[in-house]
Ligand binder design. Structure first.
Ligand code: CA
Length: 64
């Protein structure tokens, strides 16, 4: 299940909160790791942009 779907159903990657999801995405970006659930913009890469999009969604600025 994509993270955008998880956010919509009030669940998340880390099962605690969405800020932690952004940290997970940043860790993946820094390590070159991959988790399709963290690929917010679906460009098949995990970058800081994916983490930013998670934070923006958490703040209600964007919908995923
Ligand atoms: Ca991405």
């Amino acid at each position: 299940m994509a993270i955008c779907q998880r956010i919509a159903c009030e669940s998340d990657l880390s099962h605690d909160n969405r800020i932690a999801d952004a940290a997970i995405a940043l860790r993946l970006a820094a390590s070159g790791g991959w988790d399709p659930a963290a690929d917010m913009n679906r460009d098949n890469r995990i970058t800081s942009l994916d983490a930013l999009m998670i934070l923006q969604a958490a703040a209600g600025a964007i919908a995923l």
